[in-house]
Design a protein around this ligand. Structure first.
Ligand SMILES: Cc1cc2nc3c(=O)[nH]c(=O)nc-3n(C[C@H](O)[C@H](O)[C@H](O)COP(=O)(O)OP(=O)(O)OC[C@H]3O[C@@H](n4cnc5c(N)ncnc54)[C@H](O)[C@@H]3O)c2cc1C
Length: 191
């Protein structure tokens, strides 16, 4: 918090806002990297507490809105037939199809790797990320790419990084568990 306060003060100063009255202070935490909800629960976990926050951007609103309709549609028929158990299973299947679970695991793998980097490497990483074509980095941040497409973007990014960052990613990637990436590349039908 002390570091964030220092950065906020520097930013306010650079904007010429240092002398303004502060009405309040808000401390927020965005739950990222929570892990996927457990399979087979007797409820439909939905929202930020249910791992629906985009693991790379921290945003959730667009993803939640995109999911609202398919989840509601999946619930309608079994609920009208009075089958709550089937309704929950159908809603969870609509919420977390296998391709989404794999994509989220891939993001989590990327996040695990990224948070172990030093700030200098992170700077180089993001320089290369935003030099990718817009549909690649845009799709990555929107969370709309299938796991295979995501794997392709990640591999493309890896190839475009300086050797020092590649080496870091390789080392931390191995210790963060490269299994999801391998699974995505090897598993058919997850595009
Ligand atoms: C500063 C900031 C900026 C952000 N900007 C963006 C943005 O630009 N775009 C974007 O997409 N996302 C953004 N986010 C993230 C996004 O706001 C959150 O992910 C989103 O609000 C989560 O909504 P939610 O309804 O799932 O969860 P919440 O907003 O956390 O709502 C959960 C609610 O449940 C209540 N609750 C918790 N436990 C219980 C309980 N046991 N019983 C009863 N009630 C309970 C809580 O009080 C809360 O009201 C931002 C977040 C922050 C902090």
């Amino acid at each position: 918090m002390a570091l964030l306060q220092k950065r906020l003060d520097a930013r306010l100063e650079s904007l010429g806002l240092q002398g303004c009255e502060r009405l309040g202070e808000e401390r927020c935490s965005i739950p990222m990297g929570l892990g996927l909800p457990i399979h087979g629960q007797a409820l439909v976990p939905f929202g930020a507490a249910a791992a629906m926050v985009h693991p790379a951007s921290g945003y959730s609103i667009a993803h939640v809105l995109r999911k609202a309709e398919p989840v509601a549609a999946a619930l309608t028929e079994p609920l009208s037939a009075g089958d709550a158990e089937l309704a929950v299973a159908a809603a969870n299947a609509a919420l977390w199809p296998r391709s989404d679970r794999t994509a989220w695991e891939l993001y989590a793998f990327g996040l695990e790797t990224l948070i172990r980097m030093h700030s200098e490497e992170i700077g180089k990483f993001f320089d290369a990320f935003f030099r990718l074509p817009e549909d690649a980095w845009g799709g990555f941040l929107e969370g709309t790419l299938g796991p295979r497409e995501l794997g392709v973007v990640m591999a493309r990014l890896f190839r475009s990084l300086p050797a020092s960052v590649q080496w870091h990613l390789f080392r931390t990637g191995v210790s963060a568990g490269a299994a999801p990436l391998a699974r995505t590349v090897l598993q058919p039908g997850t595009t």
